[in-house]
Design a protein around this ligand. Structure first.
Ligand code: ATP
Ligand code: MG
Length: 554
């Protein structure tokens, strides 16, 4: 899948050099999600990057849950994240890991820092702490608790751990430098009291390490060589390094930052996606309109296309906004090459072929895919009554309309040419049926009378077909940057992001479909069976490039 001739990105260059210089024999990376939501397309970039680097350089990649905040985390998310990583086609090294497995070690190391005079228990309230912290331009002030004795700190830290104190009563802070130019170095918090049950450690702990304290030490414990994260952590790097330098950790991981993926028309913040779920704007995390891996899977996106997209966007040291059309392009490209074709009529209109006898049934054959001989042929039952799309018939039309018109001809795809004779209407004047004539000897041939049809339309036999419900999706947001600045993304939800089409008719090959396999419904788009519904419900993965076929396309 990777293009051998592509120049190395900056991380690949660093790794190649480290290996060449013998700094490492083998690299180890990790993907460190917090299990507080489902993975989204931004995470896919990080997954492809971390697992991809390990694959490319013969190294290992760990999956580690960064589970230091029990308040927002859940086992459901742990499971979903594992499913998503596997579905994308990656394999983590050994067992899944948890930052929480290191809580004992982190606790021991906190005591180590206290004993070295490099950590202290601080009782400033959050408001006071903010005031003491200073600003970007002004140094902070030392906490009045900063110089208490080691013995006193050990005693208070033990009180924190034992559950004797209330949430928020105090914290453990690193003792670094309140005048440091980088605010993250102004005695950052290492431990908080949180009397909460943890999804992995139960009630064993009532103090939890902060992300900054747990992350680098987890990397060191696992022997991670290249700890890759998004740019917003660049300011945390001095703290990452300080902790590694001041603790007896077994390895010296290094942090590298890359630009996060932002997509227009798309939200890539778990917090906001969770809001869409919790407030019922969508049907859960795997709603096919969600930019989550689970949503994409249900919608019919393929792992290969998502991986390809991540390769296309590349890895740089700058943040940027990628056009969602690029992702859509990758999906279309993959489905065009791989999705079997099928004929489906979304808005059925019955056509009676008056010169075909009532008891005449035949089986026509169509290719599974125009360029893929490995995909099986399709059986297409044919008879006197068929369905075509309501949009494919008009009583009269100009020359641009290359479909069925009264008195004119059209080719039924993979079948015969027909000519419309009469439109039957209900009392309101709506067309309910078309009478037409089959032109003999036109299977794969032009009519002998030289009157060639200009267009081709899809159809389905009425006597043997599949009844379908089809869900058409559009973008979830109407604004290209729905959460930029102080905009409220909820104001830009597209009211037409889901349209349900009932009573659609599909060819019988669809009766064998399994969830997750996409089809091209000819002239309509790419669709796949919905994994979360009973019966024949199809999700539109994506439309065809030209949203409406020209009629003569093949
Ligand atoms: P969110 O902002 O959606 O909550 P997060 O960074 O808090 O995302 P984590 O579970 O901590 O979510 O992320 C796991 C990994 O995925 C981290 O290394 C993070 O940097 C990376 N990641 C998250 N969002 C993106 C993104 N949009 N582009 C690239 N990488 C991302
Ligand atoms: Mg995070």
């Amino acid at each position: 899948m990777t293009d051998e001739n592509k120049p190395l990105n900056f991380l690949e260059q660093i790794i190649q050099r480290d290996l060449e210089e013998g700094k490492y024999q083998q690299i180890t990376t990790r993907f460190p999600p917090e299990p507080n939501g489902y993975l989204h397309i931004g995470h896919a970039k990080s997954i492809c990057l971390n697992f991809g680097l390990a694959e490319k350089f013969g190294g290992r990649c760990n999956l580690r849950f960064d589970d230091t905040n029990p308040a927002k985390e859940d086992q459901e998310y742990v499971q979903a994240i594992m499913d998503d990583v596997r579905w994308l086609g990656f394999h983590w090294d050994g067992e899944v890991r948890y930052a929480s497995s290191y809580f004992d070690q982190l606790y021991q190391w906190a005591i180590y820092l206290i004993e070295a005079g490099k950590a202290y228990v601080c009782h400033l309230s959050p408001d006071q702490a903010r005031e003491y912290r200073g600003t970007l331009t002004e140094p902070g002030k030392n906490s009045p608790y900063r110089d208490r004795s080691v013995a006193e700190n050990l005693e208070w830290f033990e009180k924190m751990r034992s559950g004797a104190l209330a949430d928020g009563e105090c914290v453990l802070r690193a003792r670094i430098d309140m005048a440091h130019g980088n605010i993250n170095m102004r005695d950052p918090i290492l431990y908080r009291i949180r009397k909460q049950t943890h999804h992995q450690t139960g009630d064993k702990w009532c103090i939890y390490p902060t992300y900054d304290y747990a992350h680098g030490q987890g990397d060191a414990i696992e022997g991670v060589t290249h700890s890759i994260c998004t740019l917003e952590f660049a300011d945390h790097k001095p703290l990452y390094d300080w902790l590694i330098d001041n603790l007896p950790v077994p390895a010296q991981p290094r942090q590298y930052e890359f630009g996060r993926l932002n997509l227009n028309y798309t939200i890539t913040s778990k917090r906001k996606l969770k809001q869409l779920v919790d407030e019922g704007y969508v049907d859960g995390w795997s709603d096919p309109r969600m930019p989550t891996i689970a949503g994409f899977r249900r919608r019919g996106y393929t792992p290969a296309a998502i991986r390809k997209f991540c390769e296309m966007i590349g890895v740089t040291r700058a943040d940027g906004v990628v056009d969602v059309a690029m992702l859509e392009h990758a999906i279309r490209d993959d489905l065009d090459k791989n999705a079997p074709r099928a004929m489906v009529v979304l808005r059925p209109l019955k056509v009676v072929l008056t010169n075909v006898p009532e008891q005449h049934f035949e089986d026509l054959v169509a290719k599974g895919h125009p360029h893929r001989d490995d995909l099986p042929d399709r059986q297409l039952p044919f008879g006197r009554e068929i369905y075509i799309d309501q949009d494919d018939f008009r009583e009269e039309a100009n020359k641009k309309y290359k479909r069925l018109v009264l008195g004119k001809r059209v080719r039924l795809r993979n079948a015969y040419v027909i000519e419309a004779e009469q439109a039957i209407k209900d009392p309101n004047g709506a067309i309910v049926e078309v009478r037409a004539r089959l032109i003999e000897d036109t299977l794969g041939k032009d009519p002998q009378d030289g009157n060639k049809p200009k267009g081709v339309i899809q159809w389905v036999a009425a006597h043997r077909c599949a009844d379908l419900e089809v869900r058409l999706y559009d973008r979830l947001f109407t604004d290209p940057a729905p959460d930029a600045g102080d905009k409220n993304f909820l104001d830009f939800i597209n009211p037409e992001s889901l349209t349900v089409q009932h009573n659609c008719k599909g060819e019988i090959s669809l009766l064998d479909s399994v969830a997750g396999t996409s089809y091209q419904f000819e002239r309509e788009g790419y669709f796949c069976l919905d994994s979360a519904s009973e019966g024949m419900v199809f999700n539109r993965t994506i439309s065809l490039k030209d949203s409406f076929g020209k009629g003569d396309e093949q």
